[in-house]
Each structure stands twice: as structure tokens, then as C-alpha cells.
Design a protein around this ligand. Sequence first.
Ligand SMILES: [Zn+2]
Length: 221
Amino acid sequence: MKFDRRNGVADGSPYQTYREMTREDFRRFCAYCFRHEGELGGPGHFDQDHFEPKSVNNGAKERVFLNLYWCCKDCNSRQNKGSTWPNAGELSRGECFCDPCHHDPDGTDYAREADLSLRAMTTSGGYTIRILRLNERTELRSLLSDRDRVRREYQQTLGLLRHLIQRAEQNGTIAAGSPIGSAIEAVRRVIPAYEQFVNADPFVLTSVPEPVDADSLVDLL
Ligand SMILES: [Zn+2]
């Protein structure tokens, strides 16, 4: 994911005052693991991370708005990014954090393998994966696997619903006001939400539309 930051925010206020603007700029996603607030239980599970930590350069960027990144508490914890920053030696080797406000690291700095682990494609990708332990935190992979599973389920249901409508149209069985006619109308109404959902990028579990009982429709038709 890539995040576009707003321009024109004056620096210099206590960094906590920027919290809502930071949250909006990152569309409520963690800047590093790309999990969404809704999937983690809300904004209470998130902090503003200082991309360049306060401990660097005497805190020169502590109150710089564009240095504040929306970040889940896991990624911001000491065993992950915390206040880690590459030292001069690491920087000279190109080791640094991928910056999702500059470009999307996914597909540029690292690629996703079939087992949902990440393979580094650049030095900064390798550094980011290592420091944030993106391959060791099993909850990240299980969330992606859940997203994949739910997306596939909804894709299948969408295919079935389209098929049912087509069959009902071909058979000429749709009479307005009849049970079948009402059921088909209800399906037509949910299809746009389904299409938007399965094609959404990024796909977020909290945006799942109301499920349709496709089996009872099959019985009806
Ligand atoms: Zn995170």
C-alpha cells in the first residue's frame, strides 16, 4: 500500500495533536503491516509512530507532521520497529525502512510468496522485513489467509447469484411481487456491494457485506 499525505499542515505542535489527521492520511491502516483498525479492534490499538524516531538527531522530527505514521501497537513495540533506526553503517549499505509514503513496498521492495511469507527484493525490503519481523509474526499471515478465504467465498457466491438470476430470466419465472420475483430483486440489490467488496484493493475484512442465503434461493428456483 502507498499513502498520500496531506500538504500544508504546520509543524511544531505537540505531536499528539496531529493524531486524527495522521489516522485519516493512513486511511486507518498500519503503515507497516497494512492491517486495518477494524481488523484489530479500533483506534485504541494504534499509535502515531515517529518514522524517524525521537531518539535520532535530538528529536529534530518529533513535531514534524509528515514524520508521524499511523502504526499498530504491535509494529510500534520495542521488539519490532519501536525506536529502531539504521545506523551510519547500515545506511551506507542501503539498509533502511521502506517508506510507504514514498512508494508501495509491496511488489517493489518485497514480494509475497505462495505461503504468504515475504521475499525481499531490495536491501531496504530485507531490512524492513527483518526489523519488523514481518515473516515471524504468524498473526499477519493468518489475517491475509482469512482475507483470501473470505474473498474467495464471496466470489463464489457472487458467481452463483449471477447464475441464478440468469436462469430465472431464461425460464421467464420472474413475476413482479411473486416470492421468486422479490427474491431476485433482493439479489440484484446486493450484487453491486458484492462486486465492490471482492474487487476492493486493499481488501478489508470489516467491509464484508451482509451475506445472502444463496442456498434458499437455489431451492426457490
Ligand atoms: Zn502494524
